[in-house]
Design a protein around this ligand. Sequence first.
Ligand code: GFB
Length: 309
Amino acid sequence: MLDGKRIWVAGHRGMVGSALVRRLSQEGCTILTVDRQECDLAEQDQVRRWMHANKPDMVIIAAAKVGGILANMNYPVDFMYSNLAIQNNIITTAHDIDVQKLLFLGSSCIYPRQSVQPIEESSLLTGPLEPTNEWYAIAKIAGIRLCQAYMQQYGRRFVSAMPTNLYGPHDNFDLASSHVIPALIRKAHRAKIAGEDGMEIWGTGKPLREFLHVDDMADATVFVLKNYEDFEHINIGSGSDLSIAETARLVMEVVGLKGELRHDLAKPDGMFRKLMSADKLRARGWEPKISLRDGLATTYRWFLENVAD
Ligand code: GFB
């Protein structure tokens, strides 16, 4: 189905976009990418000009302003407005140029904070959001709805997929703005090099999170692109979760750091649990392949080769 297609990966420099480029290179398609200097995705005229000139057959929107819990809380305008601008520009132009299929990627934070777990797709908009990331969540929900509006009004094949918390190569390892796994890898590595005993984590360590390696995510995305056309968005997850403290201890094992966890209780815990139901994707025949331990080990190797300080 992808053979001979021109597929634009919007956001190819990011963790998700670069994994998608790696995965799509195994298909018989032509991968299109564009750098920010040539086309700033938040600028409507630039997006229109580039998309009209390059005419992709399919589009995957992996471009987004993303970050961990603290960045989400500190930069609400960036997380809401930049994401709205990027997705609106791409989705509306995709309609103008008759894109055959568009896949919009979001996040598990779209779901209400008190959702029944595991969270099924139908939980969307059934209750209040988690305040630590509601700006980002509202932008992503608007993206899902805009795709659905194009499906309903014009019969477009603009579908949405919601991945769980992702990690892997090309992640952001900046301690102030990153998600938890890259932060834990960097902290464990620094503590080990400094000969320290244990390391500090944010919050109580009790919240539960579901993690998926970005290469599994890219594989699932290609599967969705080929096999999924429904009006409703679809979850992409691993189907199991663990506590932040357990995650931190696993990272310490992988990095080779001994000792205890210390808790910075001035930092937020965020949503207590957000395990997504993986049933819909599994029923269609997709399963993750990379265990958390193996994924952490290869991500640590990537960190050592590309980031370590
Ligand atoms: O990954 P994370 O930043 O975001 O944090 P969310 C997950 C959990 O890990 C929180 C704890 O309970 C944090 O308090 N944690 C412990 C740490 N130590 C650290 C640390 O050193 N750094 C970080 N960052 N966390 C994000 C949303 O929520 O998830 C986004 O803000 C997005 O919008 C993303 O949806 C997938 O999982 O809480």
